[in-house]
Design a protein around this ligand. Structure first.
Ligand SMILES: Nc1ncnc2c1ncn2[C@@H]1O[C@H](COP(=O)(O)OP(=O)(O)OP(=O)(O)O)[C@@H](O)[C@H]1O
Length: 247
C-alpha cells in the first residue's frame, strides 16, 4: 500500500464520563474515498473536530502527508492541506458564487486587504476560485448570487470553496444532506471524478451514496470503530447490521 495521506492513530476523546472516541485508528490513501458512518451520537463530529483541529485528542495522533499535526490548530492544518466542507452552510447569500470562493482563498493566503488591487480583480484569488468552480461544473454560475442557487448547487459551491485552497485531503461532512435524488446523483458523480486528485474522507448518512462512492468504509458506534472494509464487507458484517444498518 502507498503512504497514507491522512492517518489517525489510536485517538481517544472524553467529555466528563463519556468516552466520545475510543481507540480510533483509520487512514486515507491517495485516490480513495473512505467513508465514516455511524448512528447519531456515535462520535463522528467529535472525530472530525480532532482531525480538523478544533478538538484536541486526549491521546493518539493525527498525521497529514507524513507530518504530525496533532498539536496544530485549525488554520495551521488548513494551510498544510486539510480541506473541509461543513455540515451547516457558511456561504454569504448576497455575494456571488465567485466572491464566496475567493473569500476562502483570501483568508488562507492571509492577506485580508490589499492596497493596489481591488479584491474582485485580484487574479491570485480569482484563478484558483475559477478553477475550483469549473471542477464542480459551476463555471456558468460564477457571478450569480448564492441566494439564487438551488440547494444542490450550494453544496457544490461549498466543495469548491474547499477545493480552491488546493487541499491534499478533503473532509466532507454530510455533503448529501437535504439533497433530492437529482442533486445527490450529481454530487456523487462529481466526487467520484474528484477522488483521484484529492482523496476524500466522507461522513455521510445517505447509505446508497456511501455504498456507491466509498472504496472503504469505517463504522463508528459508541465512539469505537466496529468494522472497516469495502462496501460488500460492510453490508454483510453481522455486527454492522445489528448496530447500524438493521436487517
Ligand atoms: N462538547 C461536548 N461536551 C460533552 N459531550 C459532548 C460534546 N460533544 C459531543 N458530546 C457527546 O459525545 C457523543 C458523540 O457526539 P458526536 O456529536 O461526536 O456524535 P455524532 O456521531 O457526530 O452524532 P450526529 O450524527 O448526531 O451528529 C454524544 O453523546 C454527545 O452528546
Amino acid at each position: 500500500m502507498s503512504e497514507s495521506v491522512l492517518s489517525l492513530t489510536r485517538l481517544y476523546k472524553r467529555f466528563g464520563a463519556l468516552q466520545a472516541t475510543h481507540d480510533v485508528s483509520l487512514d486515507l490513501q491517495p485516490g480513495e474515498i473512505h467513508a465514516l458512518i455511524g448512528p447519531n451520537g456515535a462520535g463522528k463530529s467529535t472525530l472530525i473536530g480532532q482531525i480538523a483541529g478544533s478538538l484536541r485528542p486526549d491521546e493518539g495522533s493525527v498525521h497529514l502527508a507524513g507530518k504530525e499535526i496533532t498539536a496544530l490548530n485549525v488554520s495551521q492544518r488548513a494551510r498544510l492541506g486539510l480541506g473541509r466542507s461543513f455540515q451547516i452552510s457558511s456561504l454569504a447569500e448576497p455575494l456571488s458564487v465567485m466572491r464566496n470562493v475567493m473569500i476562502g482563498v483570501q483568508a488562507l493566503q492571509g492577506h485580508s486587504f490589499r492596497f493596489w488591487t481591488p479584491v474582485s480583480r485580484d487574479e491570485s484569488l480569482q484563478a484558483p476560485a475559477r478553477e475550483a468552480l469549473e471542477r464542480m461544473r459551476l463555471g456558468h454560475r460564477a457571478w450569480t448570487p448564492v441566494s439564487e442557487l438551488s440547494h444542490g448547487e450550494r453544496r457544490q459551491v461549498e466543495v469548491a470553496c474547499a477545493l480552491a485552497l488546493k487541499p491534499r485531503v478533503l473532509l466532507l461532512d454530510e455533503p448529501m444532506a437535504g439533497l433530492g435524488p437529482e442533486g445527490t446523483a450529481q454530487l456523487t458523480e462529481l466526487l467520484e471524478a474528484l477522488k483521484q486528485e484529492v482523496p476524500i474522507l466522507l461522513i455521510e448518512h445517505d447509505m446508497e451514496a456511501v455504498f456507491r462512492l466509498a472504496d472503504r468504509i469505517s463504522v463508528l458506534v459508541a465512539g469505537s470503530i466496529i468494522a472497516q472494509g469495502d462496501s460488500a464487507t460492510i453490508r454483510r458484517d453481522p455486527h454492522v447490521r445489528e448496530a447500524y444498518l438493521g436487517d
